[in-house]
Design a protein around this ligand. Structure first.
Ligand code: NAD
Length: 392
């Protein structure tokens, strides 16, 4: 099959196996060349391991610190006629590279929110690893079925409190325009907290501790985005921000409940990047295109793997962690500092349909977007007939 990108709105509905493998290899090469600091983890569980920040965490653990990695993700396998999802191919490529380097790598594909998946993971840890000493929680999902009640909750991306009108960029129509977002109802806020808040992270740690598969002094982290004034109305202070605030509550609860094991739990705030999750958030493609322009000019641009290498090397396993008043690790300083934000704000105020491509790095954004699905990567022959059926 010759595979070309099929982009529909903010999503690409297919993926390229060789392109995804190349993208994974580039991240592995980066970690190997850049190296990591500190004595890292031995046995790592990554929940949401197949794309974005979770994949970068897995690569850093394995190829930076030589750790065994067990991953959980929710991806679609390929068929004869249809490609698998990017996360499927990324995972296949990660497994191949890990095993070629004598690194343990296993992945369970299914719903991380379910009791069943937690049980399967615990069995696998008992069988293969004994205990885990790092649990990375990197899920991004639009819905969650509460495993206790069976009820399914959907998250919404809406402002809280009042209607918000702002600029946005429609990637499909190549159009900068104003968008008015109606505020969320109380129920929508609560539902978003149910999906993207800390309840499931806490349930994972409870289940692992109860089963005796959590090592003493183990660390756990869940990822958040805090941002600044430009994104607060749609992210930080919006429905998703409310859910992310609940992660702070969960981190404190995890530390309190598992004090016998001396578990350390931190929310880690990372910078805005193009991932499958962020491209679905209104306003973010415009913000990220301007952010990339400014940070590339400043020489401070980073992708998932650079951010996660920094998080592990300075915060999780380093001795120079940047902590905020809520005990969160902060890796977003190069984005959220006042000077950088002022430059983005100036571009934001100026940007229009006429000058969008000149003022922004949309070319960089679009390249990164296609790369998420294994497209637009050097060294990959996109006219080649490839077999979509790759297994783990
Ligand atoms: P992503 O879409 O690239 O990755 C999501 C992962 O979750 C994938 O591995 C997917 O398979 C898995 N997943 C989704 N639903 C699942 C389910 N029900 N069961 C099992 N696995 C499931 O997202 P990302 O952007 O890397 O986001 C990861 C975390 O980082 C999120 O908490 C997000 O809020 C946070 N974050 C993202 C950004 C950003 O700009 N992208 C910035 C800061 C923080």
């Amino acid at each position: 099959m010759v595979i070309k990108p099929k982009v529909r709105g903010f999503i690409c509905t297919n993926a390229h196996p060789k392109g995804c493998a190349e993208a994974v290899k580039q991240q592995i090469d980066y970690i190997r060349n850049a190296g990591v600091s500190g004595e890292g983890p031995k046995n790592v569980l990554v929940i949401g391991c197949s794309t974005g920040y979770g994949l970068a965490s897995r690569i850093t653990s394995a190829f930076g610190y030589g750790a065994n990695t067990l991953g959980v993700c929710f991806e679609k396998a390929p068929t004869e006629r249809k490609t698998g999802t990017a996360g499927w191919y990324n995972t296949a490529a990660f497994h191949t590279q890990a095993r070629n380097n004598d690194l343990y790598a296993e992945t369970l594909n299914g719903d991380a929110f379910s009791h069943e998946m937690k049980r399967e993971v615990i069995e696998k840890i008992k069988q293969d690893l004994g205990k885990v000493d790092l649990v990375v929680y990197s899920l991004a999902s639009p819905r969650r079925t509460d495993p206790n009640s069976g009820e399914t909750y959907k998250s919404t991306l809406k402002p809280v409190g009042e209607t918000y009108t702002t600029k946005t960029y429609d990637t499909d129509k190549d159009l900068v325009h104003d968008v008015t977002l109606e505020p969320a109802s109380d129920e929508e806020i609560l539902n978003t907290i149910k999906v993207m808040g800390g309840e499931d992270w806490e349930m994972w740690l409870d289940a692992l501790a109860e089963a005796g598969v959590l090592a003493e002094n183990a660390q756990t982290t869940a990822y958040t985005y805090i941002g600044k004034e430009l994104t607060w109305p749609i992210y930080g202070q919006a429905t998703i921000g409310k859910a992310k605030e609940d992660l702070d509550r969960a981190a404190a609860a995890i530390i309190g409940k598992h004090s016998d094991l001396m578990i350390d739990a931190h929310v880690s705030s990372l910078k805005a990047l193009v991932t499958q999750a962020s491209s679905a958030i209104p306003v973010m493609p415009l913000y990220i295109s301007l952010l990339y322009q400014v940070m590339k000019d400043e020489g401070t641009h980073e992708g998932c793997i650079e951010q996660i290498r920094g998080l592990f090397s300075t915060c999780l396993y380093g001795d120079t962690p940047v902590l905020d008043e809520a005990n969160r690790f902060r890796m977003d300083g190069k984005e959220t500092n006042d000077e950088t934000q002022a430059k983005i704000k100036a571009l934001w105020d100026d940007v229009s349909q006429e000058n969008f491509h000149e003022l922004s790095d949309y070319a960089g954004y679009h390249h990164e977007f296609l790369k998420l699905f294994g497209f637009d990567i050097d060294n990959v022959d996109y006219d080649e007939d490839v077999d979509p059926q790759v297994s783990w």
